[in-house]
Design a protein around this ligand. Structure first.
Ligand code: BDR
Ligand code: CA
Length: 311
């Protein structure tokens, strides 16, 4: 392809919305997926890695997969299997492909690829930020080699694991704070925006009717979670991780504001909170982040449909 594609690594913990994010990324001609790296989060590393292989196989993609951390940098793993299913795949039973993965670890692959790309790499991190934290700790010059980091994680207001913390940050707050402080601009697609990036039951059925392998997989993995959201009185299922991928390529659909963000790692009630000065005094010294606060949901869902339909 002649267009200038954006070279990305997608670091993830599939995960049902991670699955949707990977699949959508593969459908975008604007993206050049250099690698998918896996981390423990929604479920254990063996399962998130197995699910990345399942997605790759189900849609006939060919991105390389590198395994990363099997637990947070300084804590025990806290999973979200009650939402994503015991296997992290929304109860969908697909055989696990036997593909042998490269020996290279996620953090080494991130550094190597960043170096090869001479500062052009965009890192999209939609799980706990453990692999990013380890890469930063191991390779001091990494911040000079990455253009930006787009994360799904955090929230300027609220949380989903606790009143103060969103899951990806809560699981590995130290790694998340290292990420925010490393000097690479961090674009934070937190709950502020991702809860507004939802898909309704009718829209998911419309997608299923496309009948492509992508459509079937997205529908099947999202279905159980969608029923939960509807049970909680929500209009649809939040497409958390897809929001980060779409933001990377179609920022014009979103609203983002520069702000300072740090992560609370100590507070007994607030551990994992992304403390941002966006709605307060704007007095953090370093405005290290862009906090994404809103999305044009209609445009977002039309794009999701268009991408899945095109096969
Ligand atoms: C985030 O947590 C995970 O369960 C989802 O995959 C998403 O990355 C939402 O808080
Ligand atoms: Ca995720």
């Amino acid at each position: 392809k002649s267009m200038n594609r954006i070279p990305v690594i997608i670091d993830c913990d599939p995960g049902v919305d991670d699955t949707a994010a990977l699949l959508l990324a593969c459908q975008m001609p604007e993206l050049d997926i250099r690698a998918v790296t896996t981390v423990a989060g929604n479920v254990g590393l063996d399962k998130t890695t197995a699910n990345a292989k399942r997605v790759r196989h189900a849609i006939g993609a060919d991105f390389p997969i590198y395994c990363g951390a099997d637990k947070p940098m300084f804590r025990e793993l806290h999973t979200a299997a009650e939402f994503h299913g015991a296997d992290g795949f929304g109860g969908v039973e697909l055989p696990i492909p036997e593909d042998v993965l490269p020996e290279e670890k996620a953090w080494d692959a991130i550094y190597r690829i960043a170096k090869e790309l001479n500062g052009e790499l965009v890192l999209i991190a939609v799980g706990p930020m453990t692999n990013v934290g380890i890469a930063l700790a191991k390779y001091k010059e990494l911040p000079k080699l990455i253009k930006k980091i787009v994360i799904m994680g955090g929230a300027a207001i609220g949380g989903n694991v606790t009143p103060a913390a969103e899951f990806n940050i809560y699981v590995d707050p130290e790694a998340a704070d290292m990420t925010f402080c490393c000097g690479i601009p961090v674009h934070m697609c937190g709950l502020d925006v991702t809860m507004t990036a939802y898909i309704t039951p009718e829209e998911l059925e419309e997608i299923a009717a496309f009948g492509t392998p992508q459509a079937t997989l997205v529908h099947d993995v999202l279905q159980k979670g969608l029923e939960k959201y509807v049970g909680w009185g929500k209009p649809g299922a939040a497409l958390h991780d897809p929001a980060a991928v779409l933001y990377t390529v179609y920022p014009e659909m979103f609203t983002a504001e520069e702000a300072g963000v740090r992560v609370e790692t100590k507070g007994p009630l607030t551990v994992g909170k992304t403390v941002t000065d966006l709605y307060s005094d704007k007095q953090f010294d370093d405005h290290n982040a862009f906090v994404v606060t809103n999305v044009d949901r209609e445009a977002f869902i039309s794009k999701v449909k268009e991408l899945i339909k095109k096969y």
